[in-house]
Design a protein around this ligand. Structure first.
Ligand SMILES: *Cc1c(COP(=O)(O)O)cnc(C)c1O
Ligand code: SF4
Length: 468
């Protein structure tokens, strides 16, 4: 599944701005046509049948044109829709309010020629998941947990997907033999206590197929919790059937993490799906991806997080958009995420605030990124900043062993940040830094130009006449 995927995306790499298909519509364009046609579909008797929804997914631009006649489909879009598969359930398409790129649901699901643009930093597998796969489909990166890629199929193919190299490229599931291999690995690694069933979207599998995987994982006694990552509560809420929840609860503790990105996705139907899962004793979390033009402002994020907790879905992670080929046009500066976190803290219930993380390129894993709240530290006090910007002094424990300055017994105390702010020390240096070693060898005297510096200045001096 993974080997063949790399070959599909051999389009040109350039450093120019992404040529967005939809971004060409000027902000002052007349109000777009409302997507009424789709809302009418919701009265069909088959609407609630998730198999029907899967069969009726919009797979081509021609399908899209049929349900959104007002959309102008430019020719360059065909290439993007071919490079990265497209699928939109009728339900998800019905959330498109305006048949226009300014609509967040439209942008997350309809291809854009900008996907063919690659900045030099992008890769098919920037998280190097395939380097941490001891057996096909099982990613073992963190000591106590592993992630199983169970299927490559999703109800809707998110244009910003981090596994664009897998999702929808060939709609297939983990084979019985692969599952056995993964289970054997879990048995050999009793340190793995948490298994994440991911994909693709595991809930696109038949219930029996998913049960086969859950039962197999549950047969490993050292696995404590099973997590399922699915976007169906957002893109195909009718998938959450009583039959599915009855099956899942046999394998408790099972947690479900879903993926709402925008308040427009929080509908009564989606809320009903989440309630069904939570009522079955399945705690739910949400992983949002920070996306330019979709949710990259504090107010949208606030609305989203408030909507999630109302459905008993706990905002878990806010992800910086990964460096995946085909998603450059969705990326925001890291500072935007920090700004959003700054805004949320103090304004929202702590339960509604996710952790902002960057999944480090090169397989470094998730790194939490926070606004700076610790201003300075000393053995006696730590200076903190609150959400309003007020600076507070926090007294450290009074016990002498906490208050004693660091440094081995009998050694002079090492300077602290406090000494720096009091002017009692000039620097605090890490122990071994090559640059400092080089300076020592050169016998540089701080504050004075070294021999090499003086020589350089001498070489540069030239007669004033040349400038007159
Ligand atoms: C995100 C991720 C996990 C789970 O990480 P948590 O921080 O525990 O949610 C596990 N394995 C891989 C490979 C992941 O990318
Ligand atoms: S549902 Fe998840 S795996 Fe599927 S396309 Fe969206 S982000 Fe990717």
């Amino acid at each position: 599944m993974q080997e063949s995927a790399a070959l599909l995306y051999e389009h040109e790499v350039s450093t120019e701005e992404p040529p967005s298909t939809w971004g060409r519509v000027p902000a002052t364009a007349p109000a777009p046509a409302p997507a009424r046609h789709l809302q009418d579909l919701a009265s069909l008797p088959t609407w609630e049948d998730w198999h029907w929804q899967m069969r009726q997914r919009l797979r081509t631009l021609a399908d899209l044109k049929k349900v959104l006649p007002a959309v102008e489909v430019p020719v360059d879009l065909e290439k993007a829709a071919t490079a990265f598969p497209m699928a939109i359930t009728p339900y998800y398409a019905s959330l498109i309010r305006d048949a226009d790129f300014r609509d967040p649901v439209f942008r997350m699901s309809v291809p854009d020629a900008a996907e063919l643009w690659d900045s030099p930093f992008l890769a098919d597998d920037p998280l190097e998941e395939e380097h941490d796969m001891p057996v096909p489909g099982l990613v073992h990166r963190y000591g106590d947990r592993a992630l199983l890629v169970s299927t490559s199929r999703c109800a809707m193919y998110c244009r910003h997907c981090t596994r664009k190299r897998v999702a929808g490229v060939k709609e297939s599931c983990l084979s019985g033999a692969q599952l056995e291999e993964a289970i054997a690995y879990l048995r050999e690694h009793p340190e793995i206590h948490d298994v994440i069933i991911s994909g693709g979207d595991p809930f696109t599998m038949p219930t029996a197929g998913l049960e086969r995987i859950l039962a197999a994982i549950r047969s490993v006694p050292t696995v404590d919790i099973i997590r399922i990552g699915t976007r169906t509560p957002v893109t195909l809420p009718m998938r959450i059937t009583p039959e599915l929840t009855r099956m899942i609860r046999k394998y408790h503790p099972v947690w479900v993490n879903t993926h709402f990105n925008h308040p427009n996705e929080i509908t009564p139907r989606a809320a009903q799906a989440c309630a069904q899962l939570v009522d079955a004793g399945i705690p739910m979390g949400n992983q949002t991806v920070l996306l330019r033009g979709i949710n990259d402002n504090p107010q949208t994020m606030e609305q989203l997080c408030r909507g999630l907790v109302r459905m008993r879905v706990r905002p878990y992670y806010l992800f910086q958009c990964d460096l995946v080929r085909g998603v450059e046009h969705f990326r925001t500066p890291l500072s935007r995420g920090i700004e959003i976190m700054e805004y949320l803290r103090g304004r929202l219930s702590g339960l509604a605030i996710p952790v902002f993380v960057v999944d480090a390129p090169g397989g470094g894993g998730k790194i939490p990124v926070l606004p700076n709240y610790v201003v300075s530290t000393s053995p006696t006090h730590t200076v903190l900043r609150n959400f309003e910007g007020m600076l507070v002094s926090y007294p450290e424990p009074f016990a002498p062993e906490h208050r004693a300055a660091s440094g081995a017994p009998g050694q002079p105390a090492a300077p602290t940040v406090w000494d720096l702010s009091a002017g009692k020390a000039k620097t605090i240096r890490p122990e071994r830094v090559q640059r400092h070693d080089r300076r020592e060898k050169m016998q540089v005297i701080p504050g004075q130009a070294g021999a090499a510096g003086s020589a350089m200045l001498a070489a540069m001096s030239c007669p004033d006449a040349e400038f007159s």
